[in-house]
Design a protein around this ligand. Sequence first.
Ligand code: NAD
Length: 461
Amino acid sequence: MTENPYSELFNSQMDRYVAVGRSTWKERLRKLRALKDALEHTYRQALREALHSDFGKPFLETDLAEIYPILSEIKHVERNLKEWMRPKKVGSTLTLIGSSSYIQYESKGVCLILSPWNYPVYLTFGPLVSAIAAGNCCILKPSEATPATSRVIQEIAGALFDPSEVVVVQGEVDTAKALLELPFHHIFFTGSPAVGKRIMEAASRHLSSVTLELGGKSPAFVDETASMGTTSKRLAWGKCLNAGQICVAPDYILVTEKAKDALVSELKKQLESFYPKGASESESYARIINKTHFRRLQNALNTAVSEGAEILYGGESNEESRFFEPTLIGNVPEDASLLQEEIFGPILPLVTVKDAGEAVKIINSKPRPLALYTFSKNKSAIRSLSENTRAGTACINHNVVHLSNNHLPFGGINNSGIGKAHGHYGFLAFSNERSTIRQYTPSSIDLLTPPYTDFKQRLVN
Ligand code: NAD
């Protein structure tokens, strides 16, 4: 049998993880501050340029949605790590008299972080912040679809960390598969539900624990009580960010009959105001990551149109430059891929519904979403959407922004993910909560060891 190409790296981390796990909060913060400095200063421009060359990501979007969230995550850890690491005393029972019970937060050990291409910096270093905070060693594999950015990511990790603690490995799917053969203590995967299933299968061979941050179709419900100007501005922003290539982008809109015309007209106005000379001329609009994804989107749009869907706005594209215009589309047949598969691009189908009740039925007929957005002032509609559905995360009268609050757990449910990330929840994902009892005095159990005499039986009764 040929040796796994990553065994040596993995074994060097296996030799190191206990020592890294014993590091103090100050030592962990030193590493995180070095990462913060690298992202904020030394490598900021290199990352902006790499992301622009990989898929035309505007510099501002790199600052706002790739670098800033990691800096914010590190600041949050700086404020809280000492407290998070402190063993947590818990209550006890009468039979355990003379002891104390507490939870000790220990590192999991050697972890694997596999990240996707859409936010390559944030989704590689974001989980790493939690992994380091919890005292782990890590191998990271960024996506092969963003070669320029992945190179800078590797350079940053190489400059800051000893490979026996943190190391970046580059490669395609085969690399990920080879890594997955190794008995990692935890695997943190961000990507599609289809690949998430493979990751879980691979993890099952070693019973590695997993965090799966997946995707899926995140619906937005809009009714006639919503403020149309604000709603459409927020939805258009959420959909156009990174040209719709974001896991929590509103995937499709469930709009009430009474709200539809006003919403479409306001969405058009917003898109025109975002890109006054057209999105193709705008420096504020990203491109589709590669031709495979471009063609996937083009096919989905063409098929829906050939089956009777109506383009309400946009629809232009250019394969050479991988430009895809923000596109609103109505009358999409229910079985079209636009309403079945995650769109992950700037096409926004509008589905007309009678009311919140019908929206709930549609949402519940599909796999559970990563995010659910409700735009309404009607309390009973808001309650209906939040109480009668299941989703990993939600916003009421907004979208996407919940990602940025590191006080909130972030993650899906079932098809959209398993486990939570960000802030304390990220720290916990990379920690083992070791339940510990420390006995100080003779224990009541000492009286109950065999042989089980009548006297002992009476004591229990
Ligand atoms: P993907 O699942 O194709 O790939 C993600 C990573 O998995 C890459 O590093 C890739 O090399 C690796 N990979 C691909 N196939 C593999 C296989 N067979 N075995 C092992 N590893 C494999 O995802 P993507 O196209 O890069 O990203 C888009 C998806 O990610 C969307 O579904 C999106 O919703 C989801 N996503 C989720 C979040 C979140 O936080 N929940 C964030 C961003 C993206």
